[in-house]
Design a protein around this ligand. Structure first.
Ligand code: ADP
Length: 208
């Protein structure tokens, strides 16, 4: 985040004199405590300063990029996950391709009769099945999908950074967000490269 001149001045004062009370900082800047209050609140919330009751303000010693890193590391999957799009195992390749276009997604998840995760379909899986002149209505997706237990998954409370690492390490575009239930894994969300890009953009916009 960009700091104002006054906020930079406050940090310098606290760095040199901390612990120091808000009143003493205000004196040094010839300002009132009330004028300074919003700046102190911002600096404390952003993590540059730490406020201890009855003691005063301390400089945390953390740089802007360290604080940004700390913030990114805390992002959770459930804060960014999008809606999962699923097809049933007996759906045809033709149906899956139609669903991909209609729902505007690049990865579909496949479920059994209990709505539990059994597979994943990517764009290339469907392209591969479409090459050659087979009747796409006659091929069920369970024949061509990547199937359990070889599906890379994540959970709602996982960290986004761990989900992002899985996408990179496994060279895949998306992960189902799942919840364990008695007969398998229920799909509750979707994390994709787009989700990560959105989180990245949101972070930068928030900083301004
Ligand atoms: P594309 O095929 O469009 O490049 P991906 O890179 O996501 O898309 O998929 C590559 C392969 O990995 C496909 O065969 C797909 O079925 C499989 N795959 C995709 N997502 C997962 C996942 N979460 N777990 C396991 N395999 C996956």
């Amino acid at each position: 985040m960009e700091l104002s001149n006054r906020q930079e001045q406050i940090i310098e004062i606290v760095k040199a004199n901390g612990p120091i009370t808000g009143e003493h900082i205000a004196d040094r800047l010839n300002l009132t405590r009330a004028t300074l209050r919003p700046d102190l609140a911002i600096l404390t919330m952003a993590g540059f300063l730490e406020a201890r009751p009855r003691v005063g303000y301390f400089y945390t010693g953390k740089t802007g990029s360290e604080l940004l890193t700390e913030k990114i590391k805390k992002f959770k999957v459930h804060e960014y996950q999008s809606v999962p799009i699923v097809v049933r195992e007996d759906a045809s390749v033709y149906d899956a391709i139609s669903t991909m276009f209609l729902e505007d997604v690049g990865t579909l998840f496949v479920v059994d009769n209990n709505a539990c995760l059994t597979g994943v379909l990517s764009r290339k899986d469907l392209l591969r099945a479409s090459i050659g002149n087979q009747d796409l209505n006659a091929i069920p997706v369970h024949i061509i999908m990547t199937r359990m237990p070889n599906i890379t998954i994540c959970f709602r409370n996982d960290l986004m950074i761990d989900a992002a690492k899985k996408l990179i390490n496994k060279q895949i575009d998306g992960l189902p967000v799942v919840k364990e239930k008695e007969n398998g894994l229920e799909i509750v969300g979707r994390i994709t490269k787009t989700t990560i890009t959105k989180a990245f953009v949101e972070l930068i916009m928030d900083e301004h």
